[in-house]
Design a protein around this ligand. Structure first.
Ligand SMILES: [Zn+2]
Length: 102
């Protein structure tokens, strides 16, 4: 996934993903190689990481085509819930102070 830095306009063909932990909370992020601006990819807690595993397993079944329409809807719902939860966690657990402390 190619990214463009909003700050300096650098094109980042393959962001180098890093993770940083603060207790239960795990942030995935990458830094712009030119200006060092940090971009958050996701923020998870233990429960959300479990739900992401569930999603990965369930979506493999969707790709195989061995599931019902109802199951597909359930998988979609899990994904939406996960994205929403990750955004909530990012709001209550900002990444920036952790990076400054490094
Ligand atoms: Zn940059």
């Amino acid at each position: 996934m190619e990214m463009i830095c909003n700050k300096c306009g650098a094109v980042i063909p393959k962001p180098d993903l890093k993770t940083i932990r603060a207790g239960e909370i795990e942030h995935t992020y990458f830094l712009c190689p030119d200006c060092g601006e940090a971009y958050r990819v996701s923020t998870t807690d233990k429960h959300l990481r479990k739900r992401i595993e569930d999603y990965n397993r369930m979506s493999a079944r969707v790709r195989n085509g061995t599931c019902t329409k109802e199951f597909q809807k359930r998988v979609q719902k899990v994904k939406e819930d996960n994205v929403r939860r990750s955004r909530e966690l990012a709001k209550t657990h900002p990444l920036a102070p952790l990076l400054q402390a490094e």
